[in-house]
Design a protein around this ligand. Structure first.
Ligand code: AMP
Length: 327
């Protein structure tokens, strides 16, 4: 009897949003230097967690961030995130060290790129501490970061989050394979791009690659294909979300993280972790990514609002909406 009553009270508190369940984001915060066939940027602020936070905060607030930066990271960038509804209690500032630095060069297709330089700096010995105030985490988004750090955050959660999603990169497949496999075993949703899915599975066919990766632990796999959209795999099912054909792509950096932010933001806002809702999640992710590439760095993400996002999502609906009758 008592259990039943407690259950209904919890349910109603949950409904009234009294028990606030939060979204925690882990990932790099960085300086990036980007070269495209059309232009070059000097050090600009980037990093996986930065893009995820700008994107996810359109759907769910607060976003509770875990990361590390050096004393060189601009204070106004942190303040802008705070103003946006991002909690930075879990972001360590190492005053006498340098922030993570990454530089990349895009090929003519703007879809593929080479990493020119990765300087771990503060990331090299980052030991994350999950603040007590983050223990209400219901949705955990492990953005691209050292796999051992991603694992440490999972281990520090006193109660397992309802959903753990993870993004990673070929860099970690090559430098931290064992740790990476350990984290992958623990997550519900894995997000990788097509070349990373091939590298991780040793399979060229993405369908075969997905089968292999789903055996490694995750129940859901999202394969991002840049301007060719994204695939969602679950058991024997597959769903495809297109990318919006854009006249001009300015800078694709952070598109994958922005996608991840839109995806997890949508899931956290709706609280629905079904396969069906994940389909909507990858449409939202694709819509967010389409904004990201329109300007350098996080610039475009700072300008847009919910009206812009709703309109963009409708463009996606129109893009794939057709009637067909076969006689
Ligand atoms: P994306 O274009 O979505 O793959 O993400 C690009 C962002 O990832 C950039 O802002 C980089 O700072 C960040 N990044 C690049 N390499 C790494 C890495 N090895 N670990 C964590 N973040 C990285």
């Amino acid at each position: 009897m008592f259990n039943k009553i407690t259950f209904f009270i919890l349910l109603s508190l949950r409904h009234q949003n009294v028990l606030k369940m939060s979204l925690v984001v882990v990932g790099s915060m960085a300086f990036d230097a980007i070269e495209t066939p059309f232009g070059k940027s000097d050090k600009i602020v980037g990093g996986a967690a930065t893009y995820i936070a700008w994107s996810a905060s359109n759907f769910k607030k607060p976003v509770k961030q875990i990361s590390v930066v050096g004393g060189d990271f601009p204070r106004e960038e942190l303040d802008a995130l705070t103003d946006r509804g991002v909690v930075l209690d879990g972001v360590q500032i190492k005053k006498n060290e340098k922030s993570f630095f990454w530089s990349g060069k895009y090929h003519m297709d703007m879809n593929t790129r080479d990493t020119l330089d990765t300087q771990l700096n503060v990331l090299a010995d980052f030991d994350p501490v999950v603040p007590e105030g983050y223990q209400d985490c219901e949705f955990l988004m492990l953005g691209n970061l050292v796999p051992a750090v991603q694992l440490s955050v999972i281990r520090q959660m006193k109660t397992r989050p309802r959903l753990i999603a993870m993004d990673t990169m070929n860099f970690w497949m090559e430098t931290a394979t064992e740790d990476l496999e350990k984290v992958i075993r623990e997550v519900d949703v894995l997000l990788v791009n097509d070349s990373e899915a091939r590298e991780l599975s040793g399979q060229y066919s993405l369908v075969r690659a997905a089968k292999e990766i789903l055996k490694m632990g995750p129940k859901f796999l999202i394969i991002k294909k840049g301007e060719h959209g994204a695939l969602l795999f679950h058991e024997d099912q597959v769903f495809f979300a297109p990318a919006l054909p854009l006249e001009e792509v300015f800078d694709p950096t952070g598109a994958g993280d922005t996608f991840a932010g839109g995806f997890i933001g949508h899931i956290a806002r709706t609280g629905d972790i079904s396969y069906n809702n994940m389909k909507s999640g990858i449409i939202v992710g694709s819509a967010m990514a389409s904004f990201c590439v329109e300007k350098f760095g996080t610039q475009r993400l700072r300008e847009i609002n919910r009206v812009d996002i709703d309109e963009r999502v409708q463009e996606f609906v129109q893009l794939v909406n057709f009637d067909i009758t076969l006689i």
